[in-house]
Each structure stands twice: as C-alpha cells, then as structure tokens.
Design a protein around this ligand. Structure first.
Ligand SMILES: [Zn+2]
Length: 280
C-alpha cells in the first residue's frame, strides 16, 4: 500500500513532467465508485483546456492543481498507481482513468483492487476543508519532536494504532509505522502516554528518518503493488528491519522478529529491542 514516501515520489515524478501541460482529453471511467465527489461527465466537462500549475502531496493524498483553482486529488489506497505513458503506449490492465495532455503524454490511474479514489475540487478552500477534516499534521513536513511530545500527552491508545490514525498524524501506514517503532525501540502495543520524553524524541526522529530513507530508495514495493510514474518498483524493500520479516533475525540484536495482530493488521517488531514493560 503506498504510504507517504511512495506518494511523495509520484508527486516529484509528476511535477517534473506535467507542470505546464494542458489537458486535452479525459477518457471514460469504468468504475464510477472511484469518483466519490464527481462523475465522468463532470471530469470531461471541467478538465479539458486546463493547464497543470502544480503537483503537491498532503499525507497520502496527491494533489494536482490546475488553472482556475480546480484540483484533481488522488488517494491510491491499496494498489493504485499513477503512470505517465507515451501517446502510443498500449493500455495497462486495470486502467480506470486516462488523461491526455497537449504534448501527447498520457496520465493513467491503474488500480487492480479498485480501492483508490479520484476527487475533483473546485477551489482551494473546498480542498482545504476536505483535507482538514481527515488529516492531522503531515508526518514529514510538520511533525517534530516537540509536537509529538505534546500530541502524545494524555493519549491512552496504543502507539502503533495512533501512528496509523491519519487524523493524528498523516502519511504513515503499516510498513513505515513498524519500521519507525523498531528504529525507536518502542513496542507497538505501548500506551501512547507511557512513552518517556526520550522515547518520544527517538520516535519522532525515527519517523522522519524512515520516511526520508523510503523516498531516497524510490519507495517500497511488495507483490508488484507500488510503482513510480515510469512503472518502476522501489528499492526500499531490501532494507527493511522489521516489516515483513517475521522469524528473521533482528538486524540489531539477531533475535527473531515477531509478528502480532493489532486490530486485524500485522505488526512486526523485535521483542528483545522493543520491550512492552520497561524495567522498573
Ligand atoms: Zn532486536
């Protein structure tokens, strides 16, 4: 599932290639539920003729700003990818939306599992209201040690669940949460307000580090899910310390990595390095 690093890489890839291009045509949409606040007819009426002004990211949302304050916003969920293809490229399987630009470039939204969503907003205010209703501070841009100390105070939920809550902090998913907790040596089931100031600072630093390393390595690709705009997989999967490594040796202490379920989702951690109860 694409998380902040994968969305950031896509945003950077698109930024280099589609800013200044004008939309010529919007193809048909074969999966209407993909458009929660719009329709194929509306996209085809509004988008052609508009030029791309900017590409940005907020949490796991990718934001394409067009002329006239129109915004195309994509959340890829489980398996969605945005690909840039040449004009004559044969269609990929599971392409649900295709946008053609004036230089012939095609932007395709490809999503085998169909959980991904594409939104159209008609002003930056409308977009800001939508994002503010669901997203807390961005875990790469906004989050720092002091903010995390303040935000964790009085929170009794499990730290892992809190990190996955996009309203608490936006952009982190299961994989980067496991990696950050491993790096900070914090057990995923710890109550959020039980973390010491030192642990909290370590966690804030670890979140920043794992996200930046994910971006540097062009993201993490498992089972052919995540691809960049050129349909290439990332490289970060070869460098993971905890996620997906059940029973393999912890790179720090060589003990086996454990896997537990927290709210139906797997959590990977090292029971030796990440103690649930601290020695008193
Ligand atoms: Zn360990």
């Amino acid at each position: 599932m694409p998380e902040l690093p994968e969305v950031e890489i896509t945003a950077r890839g698109l930024r280099q290639r589609i800013i200044g291009l004008q939309i010529l045509r919007v193809g048909s949409v074969d999966w209407p539920r993909m458009l929660p606040n719009s329709t194929e007819a509306e996209l085809q009426a509004v988008l052609p003729g508009l030029t791309v002004n900017a590409v940005d990211r907020r949490g796991k949302y990718l934001l394409i700003e067009l002329e006239q304050d129109q915004w195309l916003v994509v959340h890829r969920k489980m398996s969605g990818n945005l690909l840039l293809r040449p004009h004559d490229a044969p269609p990929e399987a599971h392409t649900h939306l295709e946008v053609e630009f004036d230089d012939g470039t095609l932007l395709r939204f490809v999503d085998p599992r169909k959980f991904g969503r594409v939104y159209l907003f008609h002003s930056s205010d409308e977009l800001s209201d939508f994002l503010a209703a669901q997203l807390g501070p961005d875990s790469l841009i906004d989050l720092n040690e002091e903010m995390l100390v303040t935000k964790l105070r009085g929170r009794t939920g499990r730290i892992k669940s809190l990190l996955l809550d996009q309203a608490f902090v936006a952009g982190i998913g299961n994989l980067y949460a496991d990696e950050a907790l491993w790096e900070a040596r914090v057990h995923p089931l710890r109550s959020a307000d039980s973390l010491s100031k030192v642990e909290t600072r370590r966690l804030a630093q670890a979140i920043n580090d794992v996200l930046l390393r994910g971006i540097d390595r062009n993201g993490t690709s498992f089972s052919a899910t995540y691809r960049d705009v050129d349909d290439q997989p990332g490289e970060n999967q070869a460098f993971l310390n905890a996620y997906g490594r059940e029973s393999e040796p912890c790179p720090r202490c060589v003990g086996p990595i454990s896997r537990i379920l927290i709210g139906a989702r797997s959590s990977h951690f090292c029971p030796r390095c990440q103690k649930l109860r601290l020695p008193s």
